[in-house]
Design a protein. Structure first.
Ligand code: MN
Length: 747
């Protein structure tokens, strides 16, 4: 009866977790709330009772943990806890949405409905990419009616990331990539800084385990020295702050592993050269009316002791970021010659910075700034309500808006407007009103006439100039960056295209009539194929624009299946007919692979599957890789850390196949190395000598650039696998004068 004992112990554990949740929840609750939570817990426990997670533990742990995040880490109340406990019930069990409505009312039911829909899209690999985008759109529409849907979804994703260990490798990669691509930016946009940071770190842990390990190891090793430095640096500031009668807390905040990694990658530097591994944070305990002046007093004290860098001063107290972030940032020179970032803020500002939104609600009575989120939702809605059939564009536009830093500009009347950085005068015009954008011919920036494409800077005053004769142009899309401007321009262009297409269709119909060829769908489709255009609409449009002359219309409408000698020769031309017939076959093969848990074994399936190694990251045996199904070029093998991987894995997950190297092939693979160092006499010679001495390494190309006593070189070599390459790298590092040797393309 061993299992029975286990179950008893499990039951105790579950009750313990539930009690813990209640303790956290208590702070916010009114009387009836606890009963409501109890009711939700009982229902979830019963509904999930026969289910287990991949890790083997009872399923109920997951909703309990999500509820705990929702209350303890995001700070939401009873209704959200109820929804978190029930979030997987409708999708995974026999309980229906109507059951929920009957037991908990309309509000809870509508939130659960939103959550069920989202997980239907995101947590299924079989969905096509356009479906994902379309549903992402719907998800955000739901969000605009109740923001709790997205907050609970973020908590759900965070817990899945925390428990990613028990998933299969390809699932880990998909979930981690998607988190980096969608959820972390979303959390950031909502001001959930702590959660965003944890998501990014966890995603890195699974996509780049070695890098993650090495950075966290190095952080540990340097921890004590860092603390000593921080104490020494802070001491004089603390003394002066106390003397000035300010209540405060001061601490060193170490950068997240992911942001250190990003910095190393962007600046191509090793860990040791990242100078801003930490920031000093001063948190003031101020009365509401003294917040701003206290922060500036602290700033003045800091800069009395250390010289500030005039270019690194940020004042987000006078103009907070639109996600609500408020803080003063300055970077000062320490006594040891190191730049140190100092962040100054009050307790309230700190809580908003860490927990975001929920803290906003808590403080909204005192600040009056609770509109920021509402404004954001209104903007998202404007983009969403535009009926754009190409939903993928929307994700890209949306993503751009999420990632962008912001600039602040003014109308001629001095009204402040927030735009993403990189926004142009035209974006501003569309931000004012879409009709103003459509008719915009230029703008006066600080009273000087500037073109539509002028990139705005914070502080610019913008006056839009319009003309009733103006209408949107195709090339406008090259310089607008806001989602609103893009979708409005595309819509206008599409309307114009549709009008022209009608004229084109008339021209084609007339010509076909003259040639006495029957006009039906078949004929049109043949013409579309013949001229290699995308769709009938595209065909008509090009005809109207006179891009297509229609001289060989008779040939174009011929039945390609007829065994005429013309068709026969056509099939012999590579790249025309051949390819089209190959694609479905390939897809079948892959569907097969998806159906069974089999995976693409590179090296074995040589004849069966048509695969190539992608040029963007040059994978070699030994690399962690995946296969990606392309439309025309078969399966392409990418490295997991390829710069394009995150996008491919998250946007087109259904086209990804697992891949693994099997037998070592005797052929050689191309890999690129980047070498930097001191430009000593004979260095190029020494490097080539090492390469040619290395067993079986062949060099394809080498190029070196020297400047001011340093050099940077690129070497392309043929190697057998990662071990072969690593040997070479290690030997190159031993050459006198060589500073760094790194693999190119993917780092
Ligand atoms: Mn879940």
């Amino acid at each position: 009866m061993e299992t029975a004992i286990d179950l008893e112990a499990e039951k105790k554990e579950i009750i313990k977790a539930y009690r813990h949740l209640l303790r956290n929840a208590k702070r916010h609750q009114a009387k009836g709330d606890l009963q409501l939570i109890r009711k939700a817990f009982d229902l979830a426990l019963e509904a999930h009772k026969d289910m287990r997670r991949k890790s083997g533990e009872p399923y109920i742990y997951h909703p309990l943990a999500v509820a705990e995040i929702v209350t303890a880490e995001i700070g939401l109340g009873a209704k959200s806890i109820v929804c978190a406990l029930l979030h997987d019930v409708v999708e995974d069990t026999h309980i229906t949405l109507e059951d929920i409505r009957g037991m908990f009312g309309d509000k809870v039911a509508s939130i659960i409905d939103g959550l069920t829909k989202i997980s239907g899209v995101f947590d299924q690999t079989s969905a096509t990419s356009s479906l994902q985008a379309e549903n992402f759109r719907k998800m955000l529409l739901t969000l605009s009616s109740d923001v709790r849907v997205i907050l609970i979804k973020i908590a759900d994703r965070l817990h899945n990331m925390r428990t990613l260990d028990s998933m299969a490798r390809d699932k880990q990669l998909k979930i981690a990539s998607e988190t980096l691509y969608l959820y972390a930016p979303l959390a950031h946009r909502l001001g959930l800084y702590t959660i965003k940071t944890e998501m990014e770190d966890l995603a890195l842990k699974y996509t780049e385990p070695e890098i993650y390990e090495s950075i966290s190891q190095k952080l540990k090793e340097t921890q004590r020295a860092r603390q000593r430095f921080i104490n020494k640096f802070s001491f004089p500031i603390m003394a002066s702050l106390t003397q000035a009668g300010l209540e405060f807390d001061i601490k060193g905040r170490t950068k997240s592993i992911y942001s250190i990694y990003k910095k190393m990658k962007k600046q191509e530097i090793p860990f040791e050269e990242v100078y801003d591994l930490f920031a000093i944070r001063i948190i003031l305990d101020s009365k509401p009316e003294n917040e701003k002046s206290d922060c500036w007093r602290a700033y003045s004290i800091v800069t009395d002791h250390y010289v500030p860098n005039p270019e690194r001063m940020r004042d987000w107290i006078s103009t907070p970021k639109s996600n609500g972030y408020e803080s003063l940032h300055t970077t000062v020179m320490s006594k040891t010659g190191q730049w140190v970032e100092v962040q100054i803020r009050t307790k309230r500002m700190d809580e908003i910075a860490e927990k975001g939104l929920a803290a906003h609600w808590k403080y909204k009575d005192t600040t009056g700034n609770e509109n920021a989120l509402e404004e954001w939702i209104v903007k998202i809605r404007e983009v969403l309500e535009n009926p754009d059939p190409n939903a993928l564009d929307f994700i890209d536009d949306f993503k751009l808006n999420l990632f962008a830093e912001e600039i602040f500009v003014f109308t001629p009347k001095g009204e402040l407007r927030t735009l993403p950085s990189g926004a142009t005068s035209l974006d501003f015009a569309f931000d004012v009103h879409s009709e103003v954008g459509m008719r915009c011919i230029g703008a006066k920036i600080n009273n000087k006439l500037m073109p539509l494409s002028y990139k705005l800077k914070s502080g610019d005053q913008v006056e839009v100039l319009t003309s009733s004769k103006q209408y949107p142009k195709e090339d406008w899309l090259n310089f607008v960056v806001t989602g609103k401007a893009k979708s409005k321009i595309k819509q206008a262009l599409k309307d114009e295209k549709r009008q022209l297409a009608e004229e084109g269709k008339e021209i084609l119909d007339r010509k076909l009539r003259n040639l006495k060829i029957k006009t039906d769908n078949n004929t049109v489709n043949r013409i579309v194929k013949y001229y290699k255009v995308m769709s009938p609409l595209d065909l008509y449009y090009r005809i109207a624009k006179k891009n297509i002359e229609l001289n060989d219309l008779r040939e174009a409408t011929e039945d390609p299946n007829k065994k005429s000698w013309l068709g026969y020769f056509k099939r012999l031309i590579p790249g025309t007919k051949e390819k089209e017939e190959k694609t479905p076959q390939l897809e079948n093969l892959v569907a097969d692979l998806n159906g069974k848990p089999a995976q693409l074994l590179i090296g074995d399936n040589m004849e069966k599957l048509d695969y190539t190694l992608s040029k963007c990251c040059n994978p070699i045996p030994g690399d962690d890789v995946f296969g990606f199904i392309t439309i025309n070029e078969g399966i392409k093998i990418h490295r997991v850390n390829c710069p394009n991987a995150v996008q491919l894995l998250s946007k087109h997950a259904y086209r990804v196949v697992k891949a693994k190297w099997t037998s070592k092939e005797s052929i050689a693979f191309l890999a690129g190395l980047k070498i930097t160092g001191i430009d000593e006499v004979g260095i190029v010679n020494n490097i080539t000598k090492v390469i040619s001495n290395e067993l079986h390494v062949n060099m394809r190309s080498i190029s070196f650039d020297g400047h001011d006593g340093t050099f940077e070189g690129t070497v392309m070599v043929y190697v057998h696998d990662t071990q072969h390459l690593n040997n070479l790298v290690n030997n190159l590092k031993k050459v006198k004068g060589v500073h760094t040797v790194t693999r190119m393309d993917a780092n």
